[in-house]
Design a protein around this ligand. Structure first.
Ligand code: SAH
Length: 460
């Protein structure tokens, strides 16, 4: 009988309000840098610290490596520079360090507030319900950082056991950094004894999560098994290598990176004297009003892969990042110690990033899947019921410090002047997800498709 009531509620309130209520049994995350351990004042000081270990031998090795590369083959594209600097297996920025959090170079929303990952977990369950609750599904995360988002989402899956019932869920993380992979394993699994480690294999690590689900690590999305999946990518697309192009009187020219002639230990930007392969292949809109554009072909390949997987096996992708709709120009920048950092100085010691061009992502998936967004993080989280979740946590917080931490974290991720407007949410869904079921024999319209959580206003 109780089951009947629950199902009816879900039918009329497309799941989301129900899910929000179901996860309201309060669980606090222990390791949140803002809520709890640091006061707002300490947090600000942490934000403005600079890294001490920046000019280490390893970092010099990266500069030397780039200089010898340029000496032997000529100026390199910005994409090649970014790829080398960030993910070179020996000296790449991401490979051997924990770059996130107060002690690192930048902080991300899941690290700031536990509610962020929880609501993304709720989003997956809501879309799973809309898809007719398939028995098996995969949670796939691209670029999981410290594994915090996955951990918060998996906690929600566990809390929603009564909804997910006997579903067989597996977790798949796509991560190039051995160091971050290790940190993710420590957070998400019980301990080393659960992990099989094969550094050279396509699946380089496997284990069982603390919530009892099989989990595997890959370097490449193409190695993740096919199947109904939810794909999450938070601050992942912005680190993929971009090509940069400048409009000139002679047409579009690629911007390359060369050695500074007056100071051979330094790098500088130069303009390719002729069209390059990339400028011929990647610039389609020659009448673009902008005089400078950035194109990320790797993002195109990955989004195309996601769209094919969703078309063939079902599921959905949720991409959150800073970005624009094909309007911005020069967004390539570096971050070190939570401050802007010149992209050509001390390569390998700072994060390199560029705004995601959502119009390009949309264009690459057209005709295959439905896309929604980009909408602001503020709007998405509001629609997902962040205020309700915050109230539950506040009501149950044991002291004023914790409450202040929760509010500071909320403010950081929601305030339009902070992360609220800068970050955007974009979703890929199966082509027919938003089409009402149609009975062709009686020409009657079936039930309307439930709205997609986060992208339509939540009436609580
Ligand atoms: N999503 C996390 C971390 C963002 S930082 C968060 O929001 O906190 C970018 C992440 O992407 C890191 O985990 C980095 O190691 C990973 N990464 C960078 N380039 C990658 C690539 N080409 N393939 C897979 N992972 C990559």
């Amino acid at each position: 009988m109780q089951e009947m009531v629950k199902l009816d509620t879900m039918k009329f309130l497309p799941g989301l309000k129900y899910l929000c209520k179901e996860i309201s049994s309060v669980i606090f995350r222990k390791d949140c840098p803002v809520c709890g351990r640091l006061s707002a004042g300490q947090w600000m000081r942490s934000c403005s610290r600079t890294s001490e270990s920046t000019e280490s031998n390893q970092d010099n090795m990266m500069l030397k490596h780039l200089i010898s590369k340029i000496k032997s083959t000529g100026p390199i594209s910005v994409a090649e520079y970014m790829r080398e600097v960030l993910t070179n297996p020996v000296t790449g920025y991401y490979q051997h360090r924990d770059v996130l959090g107060p002690q690192g170079d930048f902080i991300t929303s899941p690290e700031i507030s536990q509610i962020f990952g929880e609501l993304l977990g709720v989003w997956c369950v809501s879309e799973w319900m809309a898809a007719g609750k398939p028995k098996t599904f995969q949670l796939v995360e691209l670029g999981p950082g410290r594994g915090t988002l996955a951990s918060d989402a998996l906690r929600v899956f566990s809390q929603l056991r009564s909804v997910l019932k006997e579903s067989e869920i597996s977790v798949h993380l796509v991560e190039v950094s051995p160091k971050l992979g290790e940190i993710q394993a420590q957070l998400l699994t019980e301990g080393e004894q659960h992990l099989l480690h094969d550094p050279s294999g396509a699946i380089y690590r496997t284990g069982i999560t603390k919530t009892g689900l099989p989990i595997s690590w890959y370097r490449d999305l193409r190695d993740v098994p096919k199947g109904f999946s939810f794909y999450l990518a938070h601050e992942f697309f912005d680190v993929l290598p971009i090509h940069k192009f400048q409009k000139t009187k002679q047409g579009w020219r690629e911007i390359l990176i060369d050695i500074e002639p007056k100071s051979p230990e330094k790098l500088r930007f130069v303009l390719a004297p002729h069209a390059t392969l990339a400028s011929k292949a990647l610039i389609q809109q020659r009448d673009d009003e902008r005089d400078h554009i950035e194109v990320c072909p790797e993002a195109g390949v990955i989004i195309d892969n996601l769209a094919s997987r969703i078309t063939e096996d079902g599921g959905a992708a949720l991409i959150a990042d800073y970005g624009h709709n094909g309007t911005k120009t020069d967004t390539f920048r570096g971050f070190r110690g939570h401050q802007l950092h010149d992209v050509l100085t001390a390569p390998g010691t700072a994060d390199l990033t560029a705004d995601v061009d959502f119009s390009f992502l949309r264009q690459m998936t057209e005709g295959k899947v439905t896309s929604l967004g980009p909408i602001t993080q503020h709007q998405f989280l509001k629609n997902m019921g962040i205020d309700v979740r915050l109230q539950v946590l506040l009501r149950n917080a044991s002291d004023a410090n914790t409450r202040k931490g929760l509010m500071d974290a909320y403010n950081m991720i929601m305030n339009p002047e902070k992360m609220g407007n800068r970050f955007k949410f974009f979703a890929l869904l199966p082509y027919n997800r938003l089409i009402s079921k149609h009975d062709t024999k009686t020409v009657k319209c079936g039930p309307t498709a439930p709205p997609v959580a986060g992208f339509s206003e939540l009436q609580l």
